[in-house]
Design a protein around this ligand. Structure first.
Ligand code: UFG
Length: 340
């Protein structure tokens, strides 16, 4: 099978590509505009591919912009893709509040166009990167796939609107099937430290804590200690990026099944969480650095608790996480941060 991976030079996309190279026999084409992805990541993936040569399969990188619809159409016409894994998107929540149109263009509009390309060029399978942000202030914890969706920022809306486009396209077109994966809090890095999170100006807790432990940042903020949680700080479901990646391989297998539902939607998280204070404590312990943490007021738009119910993902996709260990997640994030 020949799989097109948009955003494959980015953090999550590159970990999925790594697993496609190491654990499958598929050919892979990455399409990325390198706006947040990196050429060095592509070079590393090429090296991993060279170490895993199997048969005549290929590995290609196309430097292109999804907003260039004419070029994307040509790329689809020139290649015979069998499946699409669509990561390319803008993902910074506060930025989406300041610049919503960027999010609706990059996420909703570009996703609509690429679905249109799949239908036009007969690509029957799609896996879509969605987010727990579609649930907003979740109406129940743990969050099920059926929990009401009520985004509280344009990022979440841009993904939920994309989910609707996918749903309608699957209903209208018999030869187009999709799996939507809703990611919880993704963190950590490849255990061999070859790839990781290189996104500049990171805002995510574990990355920020790793940078502070290493002195890249002088101090970090802890946003809010007055939530109704076990210790007053927000709780999140942190999932190691390689466990998230393996859910995509399971989703590809699922799309081959005759009894699949399309589109089908799955939460990808561990089903339990840690507080911000616990994560900071863990990073301090494993780094051996008692870095400075400023206690600040709540950050706008933060729900108190976001924990997945992953029972459907385990049962229907047969997904078994292997790295459900907050220390390991922090250790791999810290090891990667030393290389950035
Ligand atoms: N936090 C801090 N200090 C920091 C950074 C974060 O205290 O420097 C806190 C936040 O206030 C929040 C928690 O750590 O309470 C987690 O924040 P992140 O920014 O790491 O992640 P979010 O939960 O805000 O969002 C992430 C993704 C979303 C996704 C969500 C799913 O960015 O796209 O996880 O749970 F929807």
């Amino acid at each position: 099978m020949h799989i097109l991976v948009t955003g494959g030079a980015g953090y999550i996309g590159s970990h999925v590509v790594k697993q496609l190279i190491e654990d499958t026999n598929n050919s892979i084409t990455i399409l990325d505009n390198l706006s947040t992805g990196h050429e060095a990541t592509i070079d590393t993936l090429k090296e991993i591919f060279a170490e895993n040569k199997r048969g005549k399969r290929s590995f290609n990188f196309i430097h292109a912009n999804l907003a260039d619809f004419v070029n994307v159409d040509e790329i689809f016409a020139q290649n015979k893709f069998d499946a699409l894994i669509h990561f390319a998107a803008s993902i910074v929540v506060p930025e989406s509040v300041e610049n919503p149109l960027k999010y609706y263009m990059n996420n909703t509009v570009n996703t609509t166009n690429i679905i249109n390309m799949c239908v036009k060029h007969s690509i029957a399978k799609m896996i879509f990167s969605s987010t727990a942000a579609v649930y907003g202030d979740a109406k129940e914890i743990p969050v099920k796939e059926t929990t009401p969706k009520d985004p509280i920022n344009p990022y979440g809306w841009s993904k939920l609107m994309s989910e609707q486009v996918i749903t309608d396209a699957c209903t209208a077109h018999d030869n187009f099937d999709a799996v939507i994966l809703r990611y919880f809090n993704v963190a950590g890095a490849d255990s061999l430290n070859r790839i990781g999170q290189s996104f500049p100006n990171a805002t995510h807790l574990i990355k920020v804590a790793a940078q502070t432990a290493l002195g890249t940042r002088e101090k970090m903020a802890l946003f809010g200690e007055d939530y109704e949680t076990k210790d007053g700080t927000c709780e999140r479901d942190y999932i190691h990026v390689d466990d998230l990646a393996s859910a995509h391989l399971k989703a590809l297998d699922y799309l081959d099944k005759d009894d699949k539902k399309s589109p089908d939607i799955f939460n990808v998280g561990y089903g339990h969480g840690f507080s911000v204070a616990e994560v900071i404590k863990t990073m301090k312990e494993i780094s051996g650095v008692d870095f400075k943490v400023d206690k600040e007021p709540r950050r706008v738009g933060d729900p108190a608790i976001l924990i997945s119910d992953n029972s459907k993902t385990k049962k229907v996709l047969g997904w078994t996480p292997k790295f459900d260990d907050i220390k390991l997640i922090c250790q791999t994030a810290l090891a990667w941060e030393k290389t950035v």
